[in-house]
Write a protein that binds this ligand. Structure first.
Ligand code: HEC
Length: 100
């Protein structure tokens, strides 16, 4: 009985950590694919006046808005990627910030 509980707990742990790690990897991969050409891998490239993402203090909802709708030169991504993917990218770009 006790070993069963330990086994189930270990299994849950593995599933949960896997779910979280693919999520952050997904954000990174999407970012590098769609955003890095203007913002750079570390968020500081600034091509076409792209804002420095390490210095950005936008709120979570403002980031989601900006990726969904775009702004001036920055294109809108709403039709190209899913809401889940936008969320994954927003989590990733916050991790680039100098001061979190
Ligand atoms: C074609 C170049 C280009 C691409 C591709 C691009 N951006 Fe931008 N981004 C910009 C520009 C230009 C701005 C500044 C817009 C403004 O305020 O005038 C900007 C601003 C932002 C901001 C606002 C920062 C702030 O503090 O105001 C965020 C967040 C952002 N981009 C995230 C992303 C993400 C995430 C992606 C990929 C899904 C992406 N961008 C793709 C050019 C780009």
């Amino acid at each position: 009985m006790k070993t069963n509980i330990i086994f189930i707990a270990a299994l849950l742990y593995v599933i949960i950590t896997m779910a979280f790690s693919t999520r952050s990897d997904e954000g990174k991969q999407l970012y590098e694919h769609y955003c890095a050409r203007c913002h750079g891998n570390d968020g500081t490239r600034g091509l076409f006046g792209a804002k420095n993402l390490r210095q950005s203090g936008l709120s979570d909802s403002a980031i989601i808005q900006q990726i969904s709708n775009g702004k001036r030169i920055m294109p809108s991504f709403r039709k190209r990627i899913s809401a889940d993917q936008i969320y994954a990218i927003s989590t990733y770009i916050k991790s680039l910030r100098k001061y979190k």
